[in-house]
Design a protein around this ligand. Structure first.
Ligand code: SMO
Length: 780
């Protein structure tokens, strides 16, 4: 990807923290992690070599739904190198972790560690084998004979809604639902000058981090303590949930996420396999590890998206939106991850997004099916909300005959109306949506661009422009941090947030360094180990900089206040006249005499240390706008996303280089979702996209030229003023691309396309609309 910034000057006008001169904050520093990560110095779970470690493999269900008649394990038990073979009977009744109850009452199906009487999805683990080597475990797996009686599965959530319960312990397949209303949508539709309707079927997609799931557990028999090393976004949740499953106190479990090769929501809560590994490690008193293969992740790790949404929008003749109705159905799969209901909740509570629409009616339902779980995936409901609104607005603009940018202009919530509650009660905190739209118009040179595209159309090309605008809830709840002054005058900053490649060791050092008036290089960041980092929630929901960063800022400020009297004594001055200065403190107005941090450390008599917890009392909302330019080859249906113009407002930006990197990465995943990616189950619940030969991840040459710019409206709801940025690209890019393709094909009469917009689908749509490859007059 070629990412170019449209406006390099004056992007960040950060007020410096009071009495601080620490360098680096707001600067595009390169990631300090890069050298290690890019030269093989990283340590993923698969890189850890623990003496005597057993390998675990899972025998998984070949059917989407079946009764387990019998499991024949005798031959496998005789195989060389087998340490333990477990079935659902061995791990029955282990309490499974909580589910985040964001949609209110939830009636979840059971979540067995290993299937017991019934299997519920293709790929569900049935037997776990621990052996001296992975090869030995796989050989034993081959000798296991399973007597399964297949049943009729349901994989389509729409079909599951009214079907009898798939799982006997639930009362129905809709396990959670919520409706939010404002005004009188029905009446508004009755008075509308124009009404449009769209149905969107989001492809189910695989988060597909580079590093697949991996877990290593060690049981310390003497201390009765478990150490679990796993690629997770949420080490503290892993600690608590594994403890709960094994009947241990959380203090008996240490969870460690060392290097994690991407997560994207897929590693936000524990999996049955993790519990099986931990269970076996305690049972066998041997270290046990499981390293998932790509096929296992595609088959049995949590997927994303997959919702189907129907929406209607009512307009007055000037293009003002009178009402929106939405009916969203979210698949959950056969069991619920901790955050399983978050996508449905997010999509519903966001609506009507950035638009001032008085009459709304939003229903979300979450439905279990015989598939792998569907959980949070980069964006988690935000993309679904944006896709519905943005498709509806473009359909309305086309119907009324207005420019789609104008329709957005007419309906965006004005800056002075913020903060503003959505019908769900969610509060848009800050931003200037109209200004953000105009900034994108300027970045793209929209008027000239339209002229250029018209000329290309005149030459017979299929080209189009598509807009999208989004708001993005990010950053709520709490996080904690600590800062410790070392004897050499350097700092250790520990955070409850975790890291999966975002570069947080760099940005968090920038945050602490500003408060401490030192260079970022003087701050070492500790994270991801429940034995070394203070409690936290973890890295998800675009919250880490806003919430984790604010906690760190407060911890650093608390350390400064502890140090101030010590510095005053060294400087022979009153504490009130002592200010932070480069590398330590000085007396106000006398910057040359500095009490350096190493002298303060020496004079302290004890290790100087400060903790802080930050709990936001409101939520930060990022926002952004994207304009996509695409062309379509009429003879093949191939879509070429030629360029994206993208302006995001993530509030205070700590490191613009890394923020841009997050936007660019999100855009790449958004392009994948819009054009390439789809998990496919057949009617029997078999996955047809179980390898990266069948599942099309975007490659570098699929990603368009991207022009980025930014606004910076600080959030009032955290002390840094930061908002999220990690998920943004996945929210803004897909609707813009889909709208652009529909714009390109509008003249042919194509009004609808389902993602991913593969050449075949686009080609068929062109044919069905009667505008096929005979444009060149080759067909009779
Ligand atoms: S999808 Mo994110 O890890 O909340």
């Amino acid at each position: 990807m070629y990412a170019e910034r449209g406006d390099t000057g004056g992007i960040l006008q950060e007020p410096p923290a009071p009495d601080a001169t620490g360098g680096g904050f707001g600067k595009p520093l390169h990631r300090r992690e890069d050298e290690r990560l890019l030269t093989g110095g990283s340590r993923y779970v698969a890189d850890l070599h623990v003496a005597g470690c057993l390998s675990m493999v899972f025998v998984r269900s070949p059917f989407a739904r079946a009764e387990i008649r019998a499991l024949h394990l005798e031959a496998a038990r005789e195989m060389p190198g087998i340490a333990g073979i477990y079935t659902g009977r061995d791990v029955a009744g282990l309490p499974w972790p909580r589910i985040n109850p964001v949609l209110g009452d939830v009636d979840p199906p059971d979540r067995p560690v290993l299937a017991r009487d019934q299997v519920r999805a293709t790929g569900q683990p049935i037997v776990a084998i621990a052996a001296e080597s992975e090869a030995a475990a796989l050989d034993a797996a081959d000798r296991i004979d399973m007597d399964l009686e297949p049943l009729e599965p349901i994989c389509d959530p729409e079909a599951a809604i009214d079907a009898p319960p798939l799982f006997p312990e639930t009362t129905g397949n809709v396990v959670a639902a919520k409706r939010w209303r404002s005004g009188d949508a029905e009446a508004a539709f009755g008075e509308a000058a124009a009404t449009v309707e769209v149905t969107i079927r989001h492809p189910r997609v695989a988060p597909a981090p580079l590093e697949c799931r991996a877990t290593l557990a060690q049981w310390d028999r003497e201390a009765e303590r478990l150490t679990i090393r796993t690629g997770t976004q949420t080490p503290h949740r892993t600690r608590d949930d594994v403890a709960r499953a094994l009947g241990l106190d959380p203090s008996q479990v240490r969870a460690v996420a060392s290097d994690v090769g991407g997560a994207f929501g897929m590693k936000a809560s524990i999996y049955p396999e993790d519990v099986a590994v931990a269970f076996a490690a305690r049972d066998l008193r041997r270290p046990v590890r499981w390293i998932a293969g790509r096929g296992e992740d595609l088959l049995a790790a949590s997927h994303g998206r997959g919702a189907s949404s129907r929406g209607r929008m009512a307009f007055d003749p000037s293009g003002r939106i009178l009402a929106v109705q939405a009916n969203l159905t979210f698949p959950l799969g056969a069991w619920l991850t901790f955050s399983a209901l978050v996508p449905a909740w997010n999509a519903g509570r966001i609506l009507p997004g950035p638009y001032a629409i008085g009459n709304t009616d939003v229903l979300v339902r979450a439905v279990v099916t015989n598939t792998a779980p569907v959980g949070i995936y980069r964006g988690a409901g935000r993309p679904e909300a944006a896709m519905l609104l943005e498709r509806l607005i473009d359909a309305g603009a086309r119907k009324i005959g207005l420019d789609p940018a104008d329709v957005r202009r007419r309906n965006l919530v004005p800056a002075q109306a913020l903060p503003l509650a959505r019908p769900s009660g969610a509060i848009l905190d800050s931003g200037d949506y109209p200004a953000l739209l105009e900034k994108t118009v300027a970045l793209a040179g929209y008027d000239r661009l339209r002229g250029r595209l018209d000329r290309r159309r005149g030459r017979g090309e299929l080209v189009g422009l598509g807009w999208s605008f989004y708001v993005e809830p990010c950053g709520q709840g709490w996080e904690s941090a600590s800062v410790t002054l070392e004897g050499n005058g350097r700092f250790i900053a520990a955070t409850g947030s975790s890291v999966q490649g975002q570069g947080r060791e760099t940005t968090f050092a920038q945050i602490a360094a500003r408060e401490l008036a030192v260079s970022p290089g003087a701050v070492r960041i500790v994270h991801g180990d429940t034995a070394a980092a203070p409690d936290g929630i973890g890295a998800l929901a675009s919250r880490s900089t806003a919430i984790g960063g604010s906690a760190l800022q407060r911890a650093a400020r608390a350390l400064v206040e502890k140090a101030r009297p010590l510095a005053a004594r060294l400087l022979d001055a009153a504490p009130s006249s002592v200010v932070l200065s480069d590398g330590g403190f000085s007396v106000e107005g006398m910057p040359d005499r500095v009490a350096a941090w190493n002298r303060i450390a020496a004079s302290a008599g004890e290790v100087l240390h400060a903790d802080a917890t930050w709990a936001a009392d409101g939520e930060a909302w990022g926002c952004g706008c994207c304009l996509a330019q695409v062309s379509v080859d009429p003879s093949t249906g191939q879509v070429v996303p030629e360029r994206l113009y993208y302006v995001d407002d993530a509030g205070t930006v700590v490191n613009p280089l890394l923020a841009d990197g997050q936007i660019a990465g999100g855009i790449a995943q958004g392009v994948g979702e819009a054009l390439l990616e789809r998990i496919v189950y057949d009617a029997d619940g078999q996955m047809l996209s179980g390898s990266l030969m069948d599942y099309a991840l975007p490659r570098a040459d699929d990603v368009p030229d991207v022009r980025l710019d930014r606004m910076s409206t600080p959030s009032p709801f955290n002390t840094l003023g930061a908002k999220g940025v990690g998920e943004a690209g996945t929210i803004g890019a897909p609707p813009a691309i889909v709208n652009a393709v529909l714009d390109a094909l509008a003249s042919l009469g194509v009004e609808h396309l389902d993602m991913p917009l593969t050449p075949e689908r686009v080609w068929r749509a062109i044919r069905e609309a009667g505008g096929s490859g005979n444009r060149q007059g080759r067909n009779p």
